[in-house]
Design a protein around this ligand. Structure first.
Ligand SMILES: CC(C)=CCNc1ncnc2c1ncn2[C@@H]1O[C@H](COP(=O)(O)O)[C@@H](O)[C@H]1O
Length: 273
């Protein structure tokens, strides 16, 4: 026997009968009322917004091929020689088949995006909402603007296989040291970090190799996590070589594992187990 329509209400997976049937539908309750709005400023709501940023970022970037993140100053102007260098590096990376990912802003980010786009390679910008109005630079094919710095940083690390660090200030230093800390602590598989500008970064590298090493606050091999160059071709070559090395080490590790399994299987067969 079928139930009369007025005696039953299904609301998604829920079933109500008789007196339990609510007077309004779920849609009505959502659409008819506004209610108080202060909950949008609470942490549980922020957690949902943070989740949605991860969803947007993963959605946009998941099908991107091998990529390199390029960091650098938002303030360097197009008439600076560093800008031209950034453009050249963006172009060479694109020519070598890498997608270029930047912070999407002006200065060195724009230079790298411009070079990549002109060379026909995918040019991506991961922007950040800042207190002053600012949009993604115009040399970006695909972009997303994040509210949260830490979500955006995850995207750089997850979707690029190398970091290139052009001259820059605090933001650039933050990105450089985040990258080498992740590599140093084994939180990510070792990937190349290339500093561009021997004159600009030389003092920092010297201080790291001298002071930090002398005081024992880093390991002797840690300075080798960074490469230093002025040359766009060398940037690409360093990254390419590091990737070939990484692939070789992965292959060797797989071989070792396979041999270990074979030995184990043979032993088990010998023991009749
Ligand atoms: C004109 C101006 C200051 C705009 C700032 N607009 C920005 N837009 C996007 N990413 C940024 C911006 N400022 C800093 N960043 C991030 O921090 C780095 C640059 O910081 P800095 O200028 O070196 O310290 C970039 O690699 C980028 O990822």
């Amino acid at each position: 026997m079928t139930e009369s329509r007025s005696n039953v209400r299904r609301a998604g997976p829920l079933t109500y009968r008789g007196q339990a049937i609510p007077e309004t539908t779920t849609d009505q309750r959502l659409l008819d009322r506004r209610g108080p709005s202060d909950w949008v400023h609470t942490d549980p709501w922020r957690v949902m917004r943070i989740q949605s940023e991860f969803v947007e970022g993963f959605g946009l970037l998941s099908e991107v091929g091998q990529a390199v993140s390029v960091f650098g100053s938002a303030r360097i102007k197009p008439d600076s020689p560093y800008y031209a260098l950034g453009e050249r590096i963006g172009a060479k990376l694109a020519e070598a088949g890498y997608t270029v990912i930047t912070g999407g802003g002006p200065g060195m980010m724009e230079a790298a995006n411009k070079g990549a786009k002109a060379a026909g390679g995918p040019s991506i910008g991961l922007g950040i909402e800042l207190p002053f109005e600012q949009s993604l630079n115009e040399h970006i094919d695909m972009g997303v603007t994040f509210r949260y710095f830490f979500v955006r940083k995850t995207m750089f690390v997850k979707y690029s296989q190398a970091f290139v660090v052009l001259p820059g200030g605090f933001g650039t230093l933050d990105e450089l040291f985040e990258a080498i800390t992740l590599v140093q602590t084994g939180k990510v598989t070792r990937f190349p970090v290339v500093l561009v500008g021997t004159e600009f970064w030389g003092g920092l590298v010297e201080w790291i190799r001298g002071r930090l090493l002398d005081e024992g606050v880093i390991s002797p091999s840690d300075p080798d996590l960074m490469y230093l160059t002025d040359d766009a071709d060398e940037v690409v070559e360093t990254i390419r070589k590091a990737h070939v090395d990484l692939e070789r080490r992965r292959f060797e590790a797989e071989q070792v594992e396979e041999t270990a399994h074979e030995v184990q299987d043979a032993q088990q067969a010998g023991n009749g187990t």
